[in-house]
Design a protein around this ligand. Structure first.
Ligand code: TRP
Length: 403
């Protein structure tokens, strides 16, 4: 295929008339065809060979993360013991729920296995622009979300957390530099029409997030594990990075499917009214939420279920176990078999999922509750003055007026 730019990525419109689904950072609708999406976005399927080389995690092994960009570059560096980084951010639009921490725990696993540097940017500016909420209210979500990010337990020596409005001294000038090459036409082609100039500018901010590890610590493969709706940001960043004379290489990506919403297939989103499991839910609440709302692959009556069996492939409690909460392949297979045979009932499968999720949340909450003041806990994860200076210098931004 001929390349029209020096990048091999396609940056055409993410919605087309021929397919009946839409996936952009600001809109996910229709029945997402994950394979077609790869063609549309121009990303590569995650091969078995990659899966074997990546750190072992159920979300990798079972292809929750099913595609990528430049994964080989990242693996080469990780295997050679050379510097390599991950960027996985959070848009603080509300309380975090299960789907939101998955990439964070995955990043932690990668960090433990190969010493990856991890950057976690929080885009409070983006959510202020995208939601009908005051800065106060977004600020409250940001503080609460930060406690959840801290509870994951990243290694502070290798992890940086940035908040767009709080770290604007470094993020804004770099975003400005990148924005010079971002035309309204590109933004519209990649994201669809935006309501405000604020949201039109934001892709330059997220592109900054993805380059920050390299601007701070030098050129290195950077992998961005994200749900596939965020891939447009990666494509824009790769495009801009290729055009700018910056000491960086294009960031790669690990693209994930959406964790199904409790009530059935589709995206789990804190912005919708849909029922969801929040990270602060206690075990009772988790049990009640799953019992009441979880979509199952069971049969209408007990007799029919015993006779014909259930369908794990559409059963949300089973899918939660598969995506994240049952690490043991043999045990997962046993549960699937029992369910298909009709021996295991939907209610019993719900209980298994509830127990695993509740156990996970108890541990997460234990770490969250043991945190001290947010400012104190955040301090070791913030960019140091010399790291800020380095990032700005790498991006060719004057630092002579800094304190
Ligand atoms: N835009 C993301 C969201 O809405 C959050 C985010 C900001 C992010 N910076 C990032 C995600 C960098 C991955 C990498 O959820």
């Amino acid at each position: 295929m001929p390349n029209t730019t020096n990048s091999t990525d396609r940056t055409d419109h993410t919605t087309t008339d021929t397919d009946d689904f839409t996936v952009t950072p600001y809109a996910v609708s229709g029945n997402v065809d994950y394979e077609k999406l790869l063609e549309r976005f121009g990303a590569d399927p995650l091969t078995d060979a990659y899966i074997e080389r990546l750190p072992d995690h159920p979300a990798i092994r079972r292809r929750t993360f099913y595609a990528g960009r430049d994964v080989d570059r990242y693996l080469e560096a990780a295997e050679a013991g050379d510097p390599h980084a991950l960027v996985t951010g959070r848009g603080p639009s509300g309380p975090m729920h299960l789907g939101h921490v998955l990439p964070l725990y995955l990043a932690k696993r990668f960090q433990e296995k190969t010493g990856a540097t991890v950057y976690v940017p929080l885009s409070d500016d983006e959510k202020f622009l995208a939601k009908e909420e005051s800065f106060d209210s977004i600020g409250e979500h940001t503080r609460e979300n930060l406690r959840d990010v801290l509870a994951v337990g990243f290694d502070p020596a290798r992890t940086r957390i940035v908040v767009d409005t709080a770290d604007a001294d470094v993020i804004y000038p770099i975003a400005v530099r990148l924005a010079k090459h971002l035309t309204p036409a590109t933004v519209e082609a990649v994201y669809g029409e935006q309501d405000t100039v604020g949201l039109q500018f934001y892709p330059a901010v997220q592109a900054t997030h993805l380059l920050l590890p390299q601007l701070v610590a030098g050129r290195q493969p950077t992998l961005v594990p994200i749900a596939v709706d965020q891939d447009p940001h990666v494509r824009v960043c790769r495009d801009v990075a290729a055009r700018e004379a910056l000491p960086v290489e294009k960031p790669g990506a690990l693209l994930g499917r959406f964790l199904p919403s409790l009530e059935g297939p589709g995206k789990m989103s804190s912005s919708s009214e849909a029922a969801s499991i929040e990270l602060t839910d206690d075990s009772e609440t988790v049990a009640e939420t799953i019992r009441t709302y979880a979509y199952t692959g069971g049969r209408a009556t007990l007799e029919a279920h015993r006779e014909k069996g259930g369908d794990p492939s559409i059963d949300v409690p089973f899918q939660y176990l598969r995506f994240f909460f049952e690490d043991d392949d043999a045990e997962l297979e046993r549960i699937a078999r029992e369910y298909r045979s009709g021996n295991l009932l939907s209610g019993e499968l719900k209980e298994i999922a509830t127990d695993r999720i509740a156990d996970f949340l108890i541990e997460h909450q234990r770490r969250r509750d043991s945190l001290g003041s947010l400012a104190d806990e955040l301090e070791p994860y913030r960019l140091s003055e010399s790291e800020r200076r380095q990032a700005l210098e790498s991006a060719g931004v004057p630092t002579s007026l800094r304190p």
